[in-house]
Design a binder for this molecule. Structure first.
Ligand code: SF4
Length: 62
């Protein structure tokens, strides 16, 4: 859903999990919470993917 909204330009892509340096997608075997946020050091599922997260951090520019 979030990816779909991003692709259509309906939400800001700057502060979502998908482009955050702390996002570790599909690293856990738990299907309910397969992703990991390295910032808070916790697993989470698709329903908890963040939009406009205050802890979001983009990668450093080269
Ligand atoms: S810091 Fe926020 S945007 Fe980044 S992975 Fe964690 S929950 Fe997602």
């Amino acid at each position: 859903m979030i990816v779909h909204l991003q692709e259509r330009g309906r939400i800001d892509v700057a502060r979502v999990c998908f482009n955050c340096v702390h996002f570790r997608p599909n690293v856990h075997l738990n299907v309910a919470a397969p992703h990991h946020c390295a910032f808070v050091d916790r697993p989470f599922g698709d329903r908890a993917l963040q939009v406009n997260c205050p802890d979001h951090q983009t990668g450093a520019s080269p």
